[in-house]
Design a protein around this ligand. Structure first.
Ligand code: FAD
Ligand code: NAD
Length: 477
């Protein structure tokens, strides 16, 4: 079935994940008629198979561990984790994988929704194929924004694909817990899912060819590794997986450090941009490639094509993608109206923070919260840096929050400019500490001035005072 009737709108957004939704919201607010095309659930990966379900799965075990670590509360907690209840709570956060709520939001925001698979079919032109095979051509007067996200990378390990591995989708949406789970990969998904399934009682083995959480400060990764090991997780690092085979009982994995057997195997080996079947060849780009952009999120070499979120590879995180979406939506509206474009660093129409102020929280127990470069990355960049470390367990607020609180904090200072450029925290419930660091980095607040930002006593935030004391007050003693 083909309907070749072309419809024209101001902006076409491809992909209604968290990022695409935000682009469309901004272009509509900017006075532009906008349609969004979605081939699956409106809300995308984050809502149904990533951030929301994974954090819902992680939270209950963390709260239970916190209660068990606190005299008075511990005595009141006598049962085990109720896994079925945790899974039910996760189901409510994913709205049972129904997108009716998000569709309602699109309507209320004045965004048109077209369901189907979108492909670029020419300059400023998108062709959508619906489930029934019918096609619709949509022209974009001002911009096409690709917000198609990313898909799980299944490594080219012999037998792995045939063994029908779990990806993060199955791991976050499972309705039962396998007896054992092998995880191939050592990134954030591997760490968080190892935490979830170990807490749920599965025997978990992580097989990583590098380290575990190699992208963060090693003191922070080490605390998570130690904690996972104490929960019974077997962690194999520096180990290559040679082959995977599905057997009658599950999977058999051959590695260069021996054989691992498990009921299920999870491929947690990063993401690929969702551009393989997007018609990129129709506009001279390579299918499957990352859509690289300038800081206004415009794809290099085009004046009408934008890319936001995971698909541009700038920072594979929901909050950062939504930040890009706000800049992109606003700059498209400005360009369409002939208004000035504010594209100087930190201007309204650029995603400057992507380069040096990206916060991330790894929601394991303990959590890791970090922003900016690690000490090693900062040194490698050629800057004169000073690294300040402090034991979080020595902060009154932390020791009050949990008996035997273990944690650590690091602040990285650019000595030439006298400003903080990076920070990492590891410990129970440190997630909320990272926003202060992000604010100080983006605001380039001089270290001298930070002394006047007094943390409330006895809160965990007092770590900021301790870090400053360790650093020393240049004009004081
Ligand atoms: C397990 C896991 C946990 C995570 N946890 C966190 C977290 O705690 N915090 C955080 O910040 N980030 C987290 N992330 C990363 C986060 O999920 C992504 O950064 C985010 O989802 C990217 O949003 P997006 O809108 O760019 O892409 P997506 O959410 O992938 O949305 C893209 C949408 O485009 C649609 N689409 C694709 N191609 C087409 C096409 N051709 N036509 C029509 N529609 C199309 C897809 O169906 C999808 O709905 C996690 C990721 C994983 C895998
Ligand atoms: N809390 C959060 O913010 C959160 C949680 C989960 C995921 N995410 C995001 O989702 C993205 C995906 O997470 P991820 O853990 O899959 O990716 P990742 O990039 O964090 O880690 C990928 C891991 O896979 C390994 N790997 C890559 N190719 C491999 C191969 N061929 N064979 C074996 N191992 C291989 C890497 O060595 C690495 O250990 C990340 O960018 C992350 O930022 C964020």
């Amino acid at each position: 079935m083909e309907s070749k009737e072309a419809r024209e709108v101001d902006v076409v957004v491809i992909g209604a994940g968290a990022v695409g939704e935000n682009v469309a919201d901004r272009t509509v607010r900017g006075g532009l008629e906008t349609v969004i095309v979605e081939g699956d659930l409106v809300g995308g990966e984050c809502s149904y198979w990533a951030c929301m379900p994974s954090k819902a799965l992680l939270r209950s075990p963390q709260v239970l561990a916190a209660a068990k670590a606190l005299p008075g509360a511990a005595e009141a907690v006598t049962g085990d984790l109720d896994v079925a209840a945790v899974l039910r709570r996760r189901d409510s956060f994913t709205s049972e994988w129904s997108d009716s709520g998000q569709v309602g939001w699109l309507e209320s925001a004045g965004i048109g929704l077209i369901r189907g698979h979108a492909r670029l079919s020419g300059e400023r032109e998108v062709t959508v194929t619906a489930d029934d095979g019918s096609t619709q051509v949509i022209g974009a007067r001002h911009a096409v924004v690709v917000s198609t996200g990313s898909v799980a990378n299944i490594p080219d390990i012999p037998g792995l694909r045939r063994a029908r591995p779990w990806t993060s989708r199955e791991a976050t949406s499972a309705h039962s817990v396998p007896e054992s789970l092998a995880i191939i990969g050592g990134g954030v998904v591997a760490a968080e899912m190892a935490n979830v399934y170990a807490a749920f009682g599965a025997e978990v083995t992580v097989i990583s060819r590098s380290g575990l959480l190699a992208g963060v400060e090693s003191f922070a990764a080490d605390m998570v590794i130690e904690s996972l090991r104490s929960q019974g997780v077997q962690i194999m690092t520096g180990v290559e997986t040679r082959s995977v085979e599905r057997t009658d009982d599950g999977v058999r994995i051959e590695t260069d450090a021996g054989t691992v057997t498990a009921a299920e195997v999870l491929a947690a080996a990063g993401r690929r941009p969702a551009t393989t079947d997007l018609g990129l060849d129709r506009i001279g780009l390579e299918p499957g490639s990352t859509l690289e952009t300038d800081d206004t999120l415009r794809v290099d070499g085009f004046d009408w094509l934008y890319a936001t979120g995971d698909v541009n590879g700038r920072a594979l995180l929901t909050h950062q993608g939504k930040y890009q979406a706000r800049a992109a939506g606003d700059v498209i509206a400005a360009r369409a109206a002939g208004r000035p474009v504010d594209d100087v660093p930190w201007g309204a129409h650029v995603a400057t923070a992507d380069h040096n102020a990206v916060p991330q929280v790894v929601f394991t127990d303990p959590e890791i919260a970090a922003v900016g470069p690690t000490a090693e990355q900062a040194r490698e960049s050629g800057r004169t840096v000073r690294v300040v470390d402090y034991d979080l367990g020595h902060v009154a607020g932390a020791s009050l929050s949990r008996d035997g609180y273990e944690g650590a904090a690091r602040m990285i200072v650019d000595e030439d400019r006298g400003v903080m450029i990076g920070a990492t925290f590891v410990g129970p419930d440190v997630a909320e500490l990272v926003q202060t660091a992000t604010t100080a980095i983006v605001g380039e607040v001089p270290i001298d001035r930070l002394w006047h930002a007094v943390p409330a006593y006895p809160s965990v935030s007092e770590i900021w005072l301790r870090l400053l004391e360790e650093y020393g007050r240049p004009s004081g003693t």
